[in-house]
Design a protein around this ligand. Sequence first.
Ligand SMILES: Cc1cc2nc3c(=O)[nH]c(=O)nc-3n(C[C@H](O)[C@H](O)[C@H](O)COP(=O)(O)OP(=O)(O)OC[C@H]3O[C@@H](n4cnc5c(N)ncnc54)[C@H](O)[C@@H]3O)c2cc1C
Length: 219
Amino acid sequence: FLLNLPHIKFGALIPKGRFVTLVLLGSDINKEIAASFVHSDAVRKLFPPEVNLDEITPCKCFPSINVKGAKLAYDDRVVLVGDSASSKLYKNGVGAAYITGKAAANTAVFNGISAAAFKKHYQPVCSNLERDNVLGKFIFSVTGIIQKSHLLKSAMLGLVINEQGKKNQNRRMSSVLWDTFTGSAAYKNIFLRFMNPLLFIPFIWSIIKSMFNIIFKGK
Ligand SMILES: Cc1cc2nc3c(=O)[nH]c(=O)nc-3n(C[C@H](O)[C@H](O)[C@H](O)COP(=O)(O)OP(=O)(O)OC[C@H]3O[C@@H](n4cnc5c(N)ncnc54)[C@H](O)[C@@H]3O)c2cc1C
């Protein structure tokens, strides 16, 4: 969900058998903000009307996540891995912990545990994650703009609905959105796919169509 609600970058409902997990990502999210998401029309209409959403949430937590890398993740005979070194912004922290853990172990086994060895063989791996996160921040600032604009949101939705309705078609926008919100691909890869004219031009066209719909049909 890319609802235009304060503090929420995005939300997701993940069904698991008879249960559903609600995930909200954003800053300073409190119970009131979570309630405004749950009671929004888009979310409310997915549940049977007789269900009282305030009474079916037995388990809640408001944890913090790591959003910034360490200034220096190593020294002589010391190396930090995972969240305490560099992670992937908002997503796939376990994958990033594996990447940094593997790089640290490789360095220690094959090049030693001096600061110089970590600087040469381990730091580039952390720097690579940090560079990707810069693009990640940019991508999330773009989704933030789309979130606040009815026009851009309906253009994006129109394009996704169009893609999903066609068989054997390369679902470019759908896969970009999927990878952005699940962390399944590097942000650089997502960015390059979004800038591909084969996606960008249909998106511009979808914006024009949505503009006509809003002006002439009022939706
Ligand atoms: C709510 C939430 C949801 C997430 N969802 C996902 C997800 O779906 N997919 C994903 O890939 N990543 C997810 N992440 C990120 C992921 O959990 C982390 O990036 C990953 O666990 C980092 O691994 P780590 O080993 O660096 O740190 P951690 O897993 O945090 O391990 C650090 C350990 O050190 C222990 N510790 C801390 N201080 C001390 C001390 N002084 N002495 C001894 N032990 C200590 C802690 O108890 C902890 O067990 C999520 C994070 C959060 C908060």
